[in-house]
Design a protein around this ligand. Sequence first.
Ligand code: NAP
Length: 494
Amino acid sequence: MEGANKVSTDNKKPRVAIIGAGAAGMIMAIRLQKAGFNDFVIYEKGEDVGGTWRENRYPGVACDVPAHHYAFTFEPNPGWHSRLAGGAEIQAYMKSVAEKYGLRPHIVFGQKITSAKFDGTRWHINTDKGLVDQADFLVAATGPLHVPMIPDFKGLDQFAGRHFHSSEWPEDLDPATLKGKRVGVIGNGSSGVQIVSSLARIGADVTVFVRTPQWVFPLGNRFFGATERALVKTFPWIGRMAGGFFKWFFEHVFAEAVIHDGWQRKFLSSQCRRNLASVKDPELQRKLAPPDKPMCRRMVMSADFYPALQKSNTHLVQEAIERVEPKGVVTKDGKLHEFDVLVLATGFWTRAYGRPLELVNEQGKTLTEAWKDKVGAHLSIHVPGFPNYLILGGPHSPRGNFSAIAYSEAIVDHIMNCIELATRKGLRSITARQEAMVGFQESIDARLKGTIWITGCKSWYLDDNGKPENWTGTPGEFRELMRAELNPTEFDVA
Ligand code: NAP
């Protein structure tokens, strides 16, 4: 079967295939369009745009980065209904942006790219439904949080009620019907916390399994009424100011706190400790005390979680899980916790970076083989040996409590530099040199000292050796790096 969008006949402008129609893929597409590169296609495994906001439909799903900051800079939204927008509202925003920029005709929905092979000139792409295509550049905009991590709980398939991963909440399960029902939630990361807080409000009988307690920053929500929304619409600078304030707060307080031991770290730590101290029952407070330092893991943001846990319809279990039985979960102390529904808020395979797609270079080497000893990409984007494969949000890109949209926009600056350079100079391929990547990684490691990530914790930020796969500089430095012209000593071009 031939690809839905024909291979370009225009030799001057490269054809770009983007994997994923989430926020990052949409930014990539819009920037290509704005720069006059119209030969691009987005392959999307789902049936709509929106990525994480399309997939996550669990009760309470919301973005814990304020909405006026968590938006495309080129498409502010005066209509946000609350400071921390709900998942459905963000998804509606994503859809409206896709419509406005005419992205849909460029998107092939319901097709998952399963393999791509570089032949020295182009990437040859195959999808799970038998579609084939070719592209000069292949951009992985798959996001780090979309392959569910489901622990191998003995007996899980025997559970008599419904069970599912947090990102796979069944469309036909209305959370309101869970009022009075016994729901088990395994995990207390950002997803688990939002689910538990919401189910507690609905009146479900919720039990949360907390293996490792996490620090919680009490960021409260605030609803914007019709008058406030009308004001922002009439005076767009109000929305820009709100977005600007939160950008400053997240980039100069949260992002700086993780890399320097300065006032930001002290301020956030004290807020988390005060929040924990607000839990009245000393036994519950003790159970909720994390073993590590605030911000070593991605900070959980919630003003609702501790109040929810203090309601009579919520229960916290710290005992390890032994197995699952038809009636519920059995903990190591032999106790059976009976449930009607079991939610696995157990996180994601965060180091997939485009996989399980099988990426094969000209020499027949796969990406997984190339990363056998160490996952890495020059500037977080280019994998040596894999020409014209560009990762949005790759290893050592910024990750944390700030807007992923802001960073995707910065990374797209660099990718556009590559594509424009290739077009200007008639290049077939751009490949990062191995030594350039090693130098980049050394510069990251040189700044590890002083970061919160090396203080000891279990976190999806860390690699198998316990080293963070995060950007260790400031947000401003990352943007500067992304805006810079390509350094010819770092790349092989042909
Ligand atoms: P997560 O932070 O990785 O948390 C997974 C949870 O599952 C942890 O509490 C973990 O316990 C627990 N778990 C895993 N395996 C277990 C097992 N075998 N037994 C018991 N507990 C187990 O996953 P997440 O909550 O889905 O969040 C992932 C990321 O998504 C976040 O860090 C954030 O970046 C993003 N997110 C963002 C928002 C937002 O508002 N912006 C909302 C939701 C998610 P341990 O800690 O002991 O491993």
